[in-house]
Design a protein around this ligand. Structure first.
Ligand code: RIB
Length: 297
């Protein structure tokens, strides 16, 4: 199984012409409240891709819909704790080009204790894969615990923070970052330099750099591979990265090559950006298989 230890947010999304500027007040022309969080979205994407997913995390009593939604999508929530802390939420603006800007409030996602981590890993074994994002607390302890058990570890270092630059990433097997995260972690700007520096720093780790409409580059075992994105009309980029990660890791976990997994996951994220919404825009496996898509030239 894939153990996703991750965040659960309520997303409050506003459709705007342009992302608000400092000192400005703007009117939105659409509003939606939905289940989200990078952890939640990636569990849904994994499950839709066909993985056996176990979601660990901490929700507030004020957001029961998150756990219901995970269960509806066949995600195991037996290690998702319900707490008295207010649930995490995200304030999202989506502009007329489909670009977003997000403010997070961590809430219960930032209250995970050592005892809760031990309880989660009592259900895991070395054949399982751990997936993390950077919206919960205690990430270094979770990485070390998974490593002790011998699990394969994948991390999506999003959002990147000062603290996350010190995480024990040398223990990780698959690192997935976008251009902004990759630049902050590597300390350089160009995609090729980012890949070179990160693979030099973490030689036993596969590094996947997602580049939005420019596709992706990854390096693994000293080899570099790049591929363009599929071409679609962009409606909303929220959750495109989460969709990619869920489909990619399900595919890698079930034994596909990284190249095939990256192609499959790029198809899924292209469909996601062509629709509005956060977790609601994650496509099903059948939709991904049936979609007629062309690579960007
Ligand atoms: O990646 C999209 C997600 O980022 C949103 O669902 C929001 O909750 C933030 O975590």
């Amino acid at each position: 199984m894939i153990l996703n230890f991750g965040s659960l947010n309520i997303d409050i999304t506003y459709a705007v012409d342009q992302i608000v500027k400092p000192g400005q007040t703007i009117t939105s022309h659409g509003y939606q409240s939905s289940c989200g969080g990078k952890g939640f979205n990636q569990s849904i994407a994994l499950a839709k891709a066909g993985a056996d997913v176990f979601h660990a995390g901490k929700a507030g009593k004020d957001a029961p819909s998150l756990i219901e939604k995970l269960k509806e999508n066949n995600v195991d929530t037996s290690c998702t704790v319900i707490s008295d802390f207010p649930n995490g939420h995200a304030f999202i603006q989506v502009d007329s080009h489909g670009e977003n800007s997000i403010i997070l409030y961590g809430g219960s996602n930032q209250k995970i204790t050592g005892a809760e981590i031990d309880e989660v890993f009592a259900h895991a074994n070395k054949n399982d894969m751990l997936l993390l994002q950077n919206e919960i607390n205690n990430i270094p302890a979770i990485i070390r615990k998974a490593k002790q058990i011998g699990m394969r570890i994948a991390i999506n270092l999003a959002p990147i923070t000062e603290e996350s630059l010190q995480y024990p990433l040398e223990l990780v097997d698959i690192l997935i970052v976008n251009e902004t995260e990759g630049a902050a972690l590597a300390g350089c700007e160009s995609p090729n330099d980012i890949i070179d520096r990160l693979s030099e720093r973490y030689p036993s780790c596969a590094v996947v750099l997602t580049l939005g409409s420019e596709g992706l580059i990854f390096s693994r075992n000293g080899k570099i591979f790049s591929k363009p994105a599929y071409s679609v009309e962009v409606v909303d980029t929220t959750s495109a990265g989460d969709t990619f990660i869920g489909y990619f890791l399900e595919s890698v976990y079930s034994g596909k090559s990284f190249e095939d997994a990256a192609d499959w996951a790029s198809r899924a994220s292209a469909l996601c950006v062509s629709r509005a919404g956060s977790s609601d825009s994650i496509p099903s496996r059948d939709e991904v298989a049936e979609a007629k898509l062309n690579l960007r030239t």
